[in-house]
Ligand binder design. Structure first.
Ligand code: SF4
Ligand code: SF4
Length: 364
């Protein structure tokens, strides 16, 4: 199972979607349990995958190194803002199967949301770790909001050469804040006129690259959903929250989703009194997703959004329109993708991603 370890709640940036204002009365700002206790808990799971999470996890690089050196896990990955990636020596970098770096697309969009100069620093650090010899999976992890042009920003990242990103993934800046829609002048209009239209254009571009160059570009939501369409596999909440993905907070509590620190219904146990095998399926997607005709492809999108309904049912349904549009656009090109596979121009194996839960949620 995948364990997000919140290494610290402190971050060195102050991105517009987050504000970087962690409340110490909810959870301590720093880990206050013994790492030996963490080791005892995680090693009970012989299939453990560890994802370092924050705050900004690389602010506490010694904790990360201790965990890598001392806790047995099948894989390690990290979600980082990328600004301290150069603090890790190659021997530690190489332990990461996947590095997810926050970057929102073009320089002007990234710097607007994450702070002036962020884009250049992130790019410089990724170049540095590639030069050091890191050849694992680097995922550009975007937050997509009103200033994003999804077509231009994804295309920019996936086409970068120095450094290159193996994959691009994004999450909508939606349903996680209260009061709702703070960063949009008109969220519904943005969805209808900008975001969904951009997705259509991006799907066309993705297909053209397959057809003309025999390349399946690493656009994670497209690959993940197309695989489901091609294989008919059964899916359930693709991020795995509460199923095969759990978060260990700074106090040693275990919750179903890393952004749900303040919500008691996500609490599942702690590293001292709970066994890993007791965690799965205690909290499940409910409500509108159970009645949705897209559930067998979407899987429920996000447990946090499904349970908290922070934007109310109308806001939730507006976001579902983006999911349905994305799925419909991929259904539209599916016969032609199948044709390219049949002709041997691309392979069904090109859609075998992620090979395990590497913390990309698939559905934006
Ligand atoms: S489209 Fe919306 S309602 Fe349907 S399964 Fe996905 S999140 Fe749930
Ligand atoms: S998609 Fe939602 S439930 Fe899943 S990990 Fe992300 S915030 Fe949590």
């Amino acid at each position: 199972m995948l364990y997000f370890i919140i290494v610290t709640r402190v971050c060195n940036l102050r991105c517009k979607y987050c504000g970087n204002d962690p409340d110490p009365s909810v959870e301590p700002l720093e880990i206050n349990y013994s790492l030996d206790d963490l080791k005892r808990f995680i090693e009970k799971d012989s299939d453990a995958i560890i994802c370092f999470y924050g705050g900004e996890p690389l602010l506490r690089v010694n904790i990360i190194k201790w965990i890598i050196d001392n806790i047995k896990a099948k894989k390690f990955c990290i979600q980082t803002n990328g600004l301290f990636l150069d603090r890790l020596e190659l021997e530690y970098l190489e332990k990461f199967d996947t590095i997810l770096v926050s970057i929102d697309g073009r320089k002007e969009v990234t710097d607007y949301y994450r702070g002036t100069g962020t884009y250049d620093l992130v790019i410089k650090n990724i170049r540095k770790i590639r030069r050091k010899g890191y050849d694992g999976d680097i995922i550009a992890r975007m937050a997509v909001s009103e200033k994003t042009d999804i077509y231009s920003d994804v295309k920019h990242l996936i086409e970068l050469k120095n450094p290159n990103f193996d994959h691009v993934h994004w999450q909508l800046d939606a349903l996680w804040d209260l009061p709702p829609k703070q960063r949009y002048k008109d969220f519904d209009l943005w969805v209808d006129t900008i975001y969904n239209a951009g997705i259509t254009k991006l799907v066309n571009y993705w297909y053209e690259k397959m057809e003309q160059e025999g390349k399946v570009l690493g656009i994670v939501p497209f690959i993940g959903i197309m695989k489901t369409l091609l294989t008919g596999e059964k899916v359930y909440l693709r991020c795995g929250a509460g199923i095969d993905a759990f978060t260990i907070t700074t106090s040693g509590r275990i919750i179903a989703c890393p952004v749900a620190l303040e919500f008691d219904e996500f609490y599942l146990g702690d590293i001292w009194t709970t066994e890993p095998y007791e965690l799965p399926w205690k909290i499940k997607i409910g409500g509108p997703c159970l009645r949705c005709e897209y559930n067998f492809i979407c899987g429920g999108r996000c447990l946090f959004a499904n349970k908290t309904m922070l934007w109310g049912i109308e806001g939730f349904e507006k976001v579902c329109e983006t999911v349905k549009h994305l799925i419909n656009e991929l259904i539209r090109i599916k016969p032609r993708v199948q044709d390219l596979i049949d002709k041997g121009i691309i392979s069904i194996d090109d859609f075998n991603y992620p090979p395990y839960n590497n913390s990309t949620e698939i559905i934006p």
